[in-house]
Design a protein around this ligand. Structure first.
Ligand SMILES: [Zn+2]
Length: 357
């Protein structure tokens, strides 16, 4: 059986943007080092040997404007020219920002175009800065241009694409992507993330979408320290059925790896086995719903030494390989009360969303 072709999209200039902080500022984790070390790992382990390697092009201005306000685009450009300053919460400018941000968006768009032209079945855009926190007019949370939203709008501009599903498994809620598509019935967003049930915040399952789009915005807010099994259950009970109901023509994946137990930013307890599972699941669901393929866009993942193995696992799942045995897959303490509480959350998610299916 010949394997589906996968494109791996990267660019050295994605290293140019650098947060203006010394460690241990939280922003300093989104550094050039994370992708450099991860890429070294992927190359040394020969993970990319069977992929089609592609250099990310710069996104065109009109592609950025499919999602963002002219004011945001201008702000990123002006502040990048100044080379310093704050654009939004936890989003800072650097001299390399505009270049890196345009390439990051361009990588995602190129991924869309390659899958839509039938060149490959799946594409992985391995670029930074990430995008899923950026709303139509506000950079925030280390994000400037919402790469996956731009790639989604690009896909929707093709005649054969009427519906797009976005799966966001980054540790954090994809608030920017949610805002952008909240009233759009053609885009389904399923975000599975860590949720703080003591302080609350956006990303609750009560956010369903607006008007004709009600039911297309699905949040799976899991508790802190959620293990692999809670993600597995979420795939089976919510993500799979939701995708089958929506029946997308193409699937986008906001691939953030900060739910890893060794991540310095996220507080979940998963390892590379669950990132393999997402690859395996997406490959199968693409077939089930008859979608053209999937486009993966790198979001978070801030421990550079587990980012490479995590992406390795996803890519193996995506081409139908067994779960690779990797060093991070160690036995950890099991907290049954977290698993039980997450099962109740999933009951609530289904109760809330099912009337709109
Ligand atoms: Zn994140």
């Amino acid at each position: 059986m010949s394997k589906d072709k996968v494109a791996f999209i990267s660019h050295r200039k994605s290293y140019f943007h650098r947060m203006p902080f010394p460690k241990p500022n939280i922003e300093a984790f989104e550094s050039p080092l994370r992708t450099q070390i991860a890429l070294n790992y992927l190359e040394k382990q020969c993970v990319l040997d069977n992929t089609i390697k592609v250099k990310a092009p710069k996104a065109k201005l009109e592609q950025i404007l499919l999602v963002h306000s002219a004011y945001l685009v201008d702000s990123v450009s002006l502040m990048s020219n100044i080379g310093a300053g704050q654009l939004g919460e936890a989003s800072y400018a650097s001299p390399g920002l505009l270049r890196s941000a345009l390439l990051s968006a361009g990588g995602a768009v190129r991924g869309s175009e390659m899958v839509l032209s039938g060149e490959v079945k799946h594409a992985f855009s391995f670029m930074r800065p990430p995008g899923h926190h950026a709303s139509s007019s506000n950079p925030m949370g280390l994000c400037y241009f919402n790469n996956i939203a731009i790639a989604t709008r690009r896909a929707l501009s093709y005649q054969e694409i009427n519906r797009v599903s976005i799966i966001d498994f980054d540790d954090h809620h994809g608030n920017g992507t949610s805002e952008i598509f909240y009233s759009d019935p053609d885009v389904q967003l399923i975000s599975i993330h860590e949720y703080d049930y003591e302080n609350f915040g956006l990303g609750h399952y009560a956010e369903l979408g607006y008007g004709p789009a009600k039911g297309t915005n699905i949040n799976i807010p899991l508790l802190e320290t959620s293990p692999n099994v809670s993600y597995e259950t979420s795939i089976k009970r919510v993500i799979g059925p939701a995708l089958e109901r929506f029946n997308p023509d193409i699937i986008m994946v906001s691939a953030g790896y900060d739910a890893h137990y060794a991540d310095p930013v996220g507080n979940m307890d998963v390892d590379s086995q669950i990132f393999w599972r997402f690859g395996d699941f997406i490959r199968k669901i693409v077939e089930t719903v008859g979608a053209m393929g999937s486009i993966w866009v790198l979001e978070g993942g801030y421990n550079p030494f587990v980012l490479g193995p995590s992406i390795h696992a996803s890519l193996e799942g995506l081409v139908g390989e067994d779960v690779p045995k990797l060093d991070d897959q160690i036995k950890r303490e099991r907290f049954q009360h977290i698993i039980d509480a997450n099962n109740e959350v999933l009951d609530k998610v289904l109760e809330t969303i099912e009337p709109y299916w």
